[in-house]
Design a protein around this ligand. Structure first.
Ligand code: MG
Length: 365
């Protein structure tokens, strides 16, 4: 018999909500409902036990009338113990209620690992170097080779985990540490960065950000006309401190805006000699780095160019390729449209060219 113990007895206060973060909405349902749904719909479990705090017990019971709810203890280690005692399963997967993005594949891999090796700890290899530090001083650099980030589910034979509780009483950050303290060797199984734990308020946010940008430059004799990095034969060109690539500037501002940063002039001032005649695609490339520092990458971009003349249709594909190349997204994710203004206004009088841009950023996880 295979069971799950879902730990939901924490206060979840670091998220800064007035109540347990697990009872906050994530889409249409609560975080805890989303987590439990993955377990129920996987069809892998004969029994699901939810451990709830005294405060939330009634609300959690009412959300899951068909499941067993038990009262947690003072700490996570104690809470999980209460869950294990209430369980009748042979194999049990302990899981954080705050990890709703767990998948059926992760759950089944964990179960298989317990069957084969006696335990399964969901984990993935560290991408960055990991260090131990005290008072902001690094005391040990652990590197990233053979370093894994541990998550839940953590699966065991229930009797063996209960034995570890008897052999090594104490408080542990997770069940793998307890199992190891009980002198058994936990075994890694498939985890994923997507199987993240919702801890802070921003974790609950929609992982996308949208941004808009606009730019215009005057058309004058004796300048090259450069749009999205393409030099277009014409009797006039755009005037500016840089190459005056208006759509590239609009897109740059859209990226900065979506990332919650200041505008193009803040990062690339037109008073700086460094940017005189600058290739605006290079500025766009630098902007992408700023956006990445904020933890986002572009998903798609959409640009509109307003010009009475020349006809831009023959150059659109090259423009799309240029932008896609800089943004590191497929060409099909870059849309560029060109329009005249039917001879109206400064654009219609061919005094200038303008551009609008929108971009969608997604969290870089
Ligand atoms: Mg500009």
């Amino acid at each position: 018999m295979i069971g799950a113990v879902i730990a939901a007895a924490g206060k979840g206060l670091r998220a800064g909500f007035e109540k347990n973060k697990l009872l906050m909405p994530l889409g249409e349902k609560t975080v805890l409902e989303e987590t439990v749904r993955v377990f129920s719909e996987s069809g892998l479990f004969d029994e699901i036990v939810i451990v709830a705090s005294e405060t939330d017990e009634r609300e959690i019971q009412s959300l899951f009338p068909a499941l067993k709810t038990v009262r947690g203890g003072a700490t996570r280690t104690q809470s999980v113990l209460n869950g294990l005692r209430a369980s009748r399963a042979d194999i049990v997967l302990v899981h954080d209620g705050a990890r709703p993005y767990v998948t059926k594949e992760i759950l089944s891999d964990c179960i298989e690992s317990v069957k084969k090796y006696g335990s399964g700890i969901a984990a993935y290899p560290a991408k960055d170097t990991v260090a131990r530090a005290k008072n902001e001083k690094i005391t040990e650099i652990c590197g990233k080779e053979n370093i894994y980030i541990l998550q839940t589910p953590q699966g065991f034979y229930r009797e063996e985990l209960l034995e570890a509780y008897e052999k090594a009483p104490g408080e542990y950050p997770d069940e793998s540490s307890l199992f190891a303290a009980g002198s058994r060797t936990p075994r890694l199984c498939k985890g994923s960065p997507q199987n993240c734990k919702l801890t802070f308020r921003e974790d609950f946010g929609f992982p996308f950000r949208v941004g808009n940008g606009y730019d215009t430059h005057p058309l004058v004799q004796g300048r090259d006309l450069i749009l999205c990095g393409v030099k277009i034969p014409h009797d006039k060109g755009l005037l500016g401190h840089s190459d005056a690539d208006a759509p590239a500037h609009a897109l740059t501002d859209a990226l900065l805006s979506a990332a919650g940063l200041r505008d193009i002039g803040t990062y690339f001032p037109d008073t700086d000699e460094k940017y005189k005649g600058a290739n605006s695609l290079e500025l766009l490339r630098k902007t992408l780095e700023l956006v990445k520092e904020q933890g986002y990458v572009p998903e798609n971009a959409s640009v509109t160019i307003l010009a009475q003349r020349p006809k831009l249709a023959p150059y659109i594909e090259q423009m799309r390729r240029n932008l896609a190349n800089v943004l590191a997204i497929p060409v099909s994710f870059v849309g560029i449209s060109a329009t005249t203004t039917e001879k109206l206004g400064f654009i219609g009088r061919e005094e200038g060219i303008a551009s609008y841009a929108s971009v969608l950023l997604k969290k870089n996880s």
